[in-house]
Design a protein around this ligand. Structure first.
Ligand code: ZN
Length: 310
């Protein structure tokens, strides 16, 4: 008998993790339209964009405009953005973004390529970011990339991951995401690490972020659920990737996870049919599909109904 939670929380990251890897730059109005659809489908947490330098990530250049447009709307939904540094907190404050997420990689090489700093240099900057966020009434969380392994170092010692968690806790960050950007995690490892961190750091509110690079993302989510995890990032249509990781595929698709939950009686509060429509809309806007089983095969229930009708 598997022990899975009755309810999980999904954060939709397609607008950030998905779109940041696309050659097509979506119009701000199209992003707002997607956000409206996501809210209507019941998504409780949405990662709207990131406050990176627009020169390096032009796809996210309108993040400030999006937060201005969302200001005062959809009070029951949490909108968050990724920030690279203190400048990111300032931009968040200016456009009334109320939730930001820092990032550091457990992999030294990945951190150097992604952020041009060592993990220690990244962490040294956290204190000022937390202070500035608190001064502006902004909630701040943290993310750890590649805790399950990196293309450059392979599997990392758990003590390296624990040291970053400790560093986050030291500066007062208690909401932490484990992000398998390299898509190297496997269920046994995920289950073990989730059990370990939940026991060792019981005050932390955990998020898990899986890419489906090697087809393991849904299995990893179930393995994390089995260890008591209940908060997961997913991306409509399975868009996403990581420009620094060779062969990186997209995030796990939101509709695939919703379908698995629906068939397993795990409550998400999100309408899977509406989510599939959102992914089709993204497909029309971006001109190519990504990694969504549901868009290819449809829901099991719809197939059963269509067979009855024949
Ligand atoms: Zn990602």
């Amino acid at each position: 008998m598997m022990h899975l939670p009755e309810e999980i929380t999904i954060c939709e990251v397609g607008l950030r993790d998905g779109l940041q890897n696309e050659k097509t730059l979506l119009a701000t109005e199209d992003k707002i339209s997607l956000i409206r659809d996501l809210v209507d489908a019941g998504v409780p947490v949405i990662e709207v964009g990131s406050f990176m330098n627009p020169k390096w990530v032009p796809q996210m250049a309108d993040t400030d405009a999006l937060f201005h447009a969302l200001d005062g709307q959809f009070s029951n939904v949490e909108f968050r953005a990724l920030i690279p540094n203190l400048r990111g907190v300032q931009r968040a404050a200016d456009c009334r973004c109320k939730k930001v997420k820092l990032n550091v990689s457990a992999s030294r090489e990945h951190n150097l390529r992604n952020l041009n700093m060592t993990p220690e240099e990244s962490m040294a900057g956290f204190v000022d970011c937390v202070k500035a966020a608190q001064d502006n009434g902004i909630e701040i969380s943290g993310s750890i990339s590649m805790p399950f392994g990196s293309p450059w170092e392979g599997r990392l010692p758990q003590s390296d991951v624990d040291a970053i968690i400790d560093a986050y806790l030291d500066v007062g960050i208690h909401e932490i995401s484990l992000s398998d950007a390299s898509g190297m995690a496997v269920p046994t490892q995920v289950n073990e690490m989730c059990n370990h961190v939940r026991t060792k750091f019981p005050t932390v509110s955990w998020w898990l972020h899986f890419h489906n690079t090697r087809g393991m993302a849904v299995a990893n989510i179930i393995a994390a659920m089995e260890a008591g995890m209940t908060q997961f990032d997913t991306s409509f249509g399975g868009y996403g990737g990581c420009p620094f990781v060779p062969g990186a595929a997209g995030n796990v698709s939101t509709e695939d996870v919703l379908h698995m939950c629906e068939e397993s009686e795990i409550h998400t509060g999100i309408d899977v049919v509406k989510m599939m429509a959102i992914s089709r809309k993204a497909l029309a806007l971006l001109g190519h599909s990504a990694d969504s089983y549901l868009l290819r095969a449809g829901r099991s229930q719809d197939l059963i109904e269509s067979m009855k009708a024949k």
